[in-house]
Design a protein around this ligand. Sequence first.
Ligand SMILES: Cc1cc2nc3c(=O)[nH]c(=O)nc-3n(C[C@H](O)[C@H](O)[C@H](O)COP(=O)(O)OP(=O)(O)OC[C@H]3O[C@@H](n4cnc5c(N)ncnc54)[C@H](O)[C@@H]3O)c2cc1C
Length: 381
Amino acid sequence: MLARSPVARPSGPWLDTGRIPVPHWEKGKLVRKHDHNVHIIRLKRFFMSGPVDVLVFIEHQAGKIIRASREALAAGQRLAKDTGGRVAAVILGESAEGIPTAELAQARLDEILQVESPALREYTADGFVLALNKVVRERQAGYVLFGHTYQARDFAPRLAATLERCLVSDCLGYRWQDERCVLTRQMFQGKLNADVELLGDPPYLISFQAGSFREDSVERDDGHARVSRVPLNLPAESIRTRPGERFREARQTVDLSQAEIIVAAGRGIKAPENVALVKSLAEALGGEMGASRPVCDNGWLPMDRQIGSSGQTVAPRLYVALGISGAIQHQVGMKGSHTIVAINKDREAPIFEIASYGIVGDLFQIVPPLTEEIKKAKGSS
Ligand SMILES: Cc1cc2nc3c(=O)[nH]c(=O)nc-3n(C[C@H](O)[C@H](O)[C@H](O)COP(=O)(O)OP(=O)(O)OC[C@H]3O[C@@H](n4cnc5c(N)ncnc54)[C@H](O)[C@@H]3O)c2cc1C
């Protein structure tokens, strides 16, 4: 229950007092009622040390907020509008210096909780769980949102367990229905989408798959969010792991983000020798080769050709997807393309949902004559 205690009404020109709907929990539902005993004091410094309705966990690396957290922020802002409540972000680190609060402060947020402790200098599941457990409990957070990153996958289930709640992980989105949040989650390796309703009392812990929300839809507000520093004393013995050196991604040698035309290969090309087929179409069109993750994982094309949530984000004029199913992690990296042509033998493949032109058929039958026709057309022009 997100109950708000009545607050005294200090005077001062910066306070805007009045009676507005008070969101609170009733039988697992978030309801808004006019509570005439409660004077809501609109923001400025005073109001924000109370409960938060939507709390977004912000992950940062090398002084920058990661994309998945910006997407979670977009989700949090939208959810707060639906609940009629307040949205806050929580960011962890050793001290204010290492935490990119300034970047975060550009977003439309009611509060930024900056949790500081020497024990939070490096990521550890123990440290993050202890810190977030405290924040979630003290701020009586209603919804706690995460990007579904490797880090969140490591600690968020444990955080949920310590709060005696479950984590609804890897969600694709949600809809607000009958004053409830109904989450969408894939099942059976993406063959089915399930609706997940949140029952019981908050907090509700949710992680969103990369690309479920657009990072560029984060609403901005020129740094009006109040920053609350939360110093924590975490005993050294409570951290049972010692982090090693951070894994560094191989340096990218191909910048596909600037390519005008990309021909991308998926698992449907079946074998490494068929990369030649993709290459000849790319050359005929004067474009670059890209790939889905399995193609790179199998070593058929180098990792820097991978497009998607863990690869490059591209927006060419023309994107040709050969034997790519169109999983959300792939779509997130290419759905900004101007024209998408998909060739796939499965007419139900999700890539067709975003394709401008779709060819249902066997790529081995379609690509060679297509390449020849393109060469001929170009030769005659
Ligand atoms: C954390 C995480 C991050 C990820 N990041 C990425 C990422 O950055 N990029 C990415 O791509 N994926 C990523 N993935 C993987 C993603 O979920 C999918 O598994 C992947 O995109 C599937 O690749 P695919 O479409 O090539 O293969 P599949 O899903 O196996 O699809 C192959 C397609 O080829 C078609 N096909 C088969 N034979 C033929 C033929 N002869 N002619 C025409 N069509 C044919 C099939 O109908 C099928 O649709 C990530 C997954 C996770 C969990």
